[in-house]
Design a protein around this ligand. Structure first.
Ligand SMILES: [Zn+2]
Length: 298
């Protein structure tokens, strides 16, 4: 069984917010979605084709939560809704409250993108919202942040990597021990810091998603070593498989799955542990019942 903890939903609203029209999107080699509904259906077909039971679906700009809420309402047994929140906006709390009330389950913070400190009081308020709704997580992008589509569209990315230090989550993780915190891409270059905070706080999990190209920034480091170290420090129970899939026609990025499964097989990780990483932890995190086999109608 596979659950994917990291999939982006590049909705019509997402492209509109980037001021990318159909022609600009086509020039990138991406398909422009006709509607939220058709894109949601296309993703379900893609999950079915790859034997993926459930996936996260992330609204990937602040303001696009409604698109994901529509997709989740259409396929509630297949998608878990995530949404990007910019807590520095005046309407952040109202927006996040509305998204959570609509059934979305994870608040996604990108502090380097929106340039705020993780120990800011406005972040505390976001955690309070999650704490008030059991089964709600906070996703915090740390480390290297590069948004491929922004680069391809020639959009500026005035990010500030200093704000994405996993150590800045320590106090928040202690203050809200009941709120699961997901750090994607093993910390995206800050593996040591992510593991430090995870070793101190049992509510911190790591997602394994993407090509993890940050590995090349540490001489000699390999994906096998990253997995081995993470398994030693936090165990299989706190690793969430993800691909970071986003656009069509590529669809679900099976190559990432194959690469990570090969790494875990190579390390001799037992089947039960692999089942937790590839599906069980995601199901437990979001309190989802086991659902064997993909492809059934909702
Ligand atoms: Zn991503």
């Amino acid at each position: 069984m596979i659950c994917d903890a990291h999939v982006h939903f590049f909705s019509p609203g997402f492209f509109a917010a980037l001021k990318a029209d159909r022609a600009a999107v086509a020039a990138l080699g991406f398909d422009f979605p006709d509607s939220v509904e058709s894109l949601a259906d296309r993703w379900v077909g893609e999950l079915d084709a790859n034997g993926v039971v459930r996936s996260a679906l992330m609204a990937s700009l602040p303001g696009d939560a409604d698109s994901v809420a529509t997709a989740v309402a259409r396929h509630p047994s297949r998608f878990v809704g995530f949404f990007m929140l910019d807590p520095t906006r005046d309407d952040a709390i109202a927006y996040a409250t509305r998204a959570l009330d609509a059934g979305l389950r994870t608040i996604c913070l990108f502090p380097a993108m929106h340039r705020y400190q993780l120990h800011d009081e406005r972040v505390t308020t976001a955690f309070e919202l999650a704490a008030a709704r059991p089964g709600t997580a906070v996703f915090v992008h740390c480390g290297v942040l590069s948004v491929g589509i922004r680069k391809k569209l020639g959009l500026p990315s005035p990010f500030d990597i200093r704000f994405g230090n996993p150590l800045d989550l320590h106090g928040m993780a202690l203050r809200f021990p009941q709120v699961p915190i997901v750090i994607p891409h093993f910390g995206a270059g800050m593996l040591r810091e992510a593991l430090m905070v995870a070793s101190l706080c049992p509510n911190v999990l790591l997602d394994t998603s993407s090509s993890n190209s940050w590995i090349t920034q540490t001489p000699g480091l390999t994906l096998d070593q990253v997995f081995r170290t993470a398994l030693e420090v936090v165990s299989a129970e706190r690793l969430l498989f993800g691909t970071d899939s986003s656009f069509f026609p590529r669809g679900w990025n099976r190559a990432i799955y194959a690469q990570q499964q090969a790494a875990l097989d190579g390390l001799g990780v037992p089947t039960g542990d692999q089942e937790m990483i590839f599906a069980g932890n995601f199901q437990r995190l979001f309190r989802l019942g086991c659902r064997q086999g993909a492809g059934r109608a909702d």
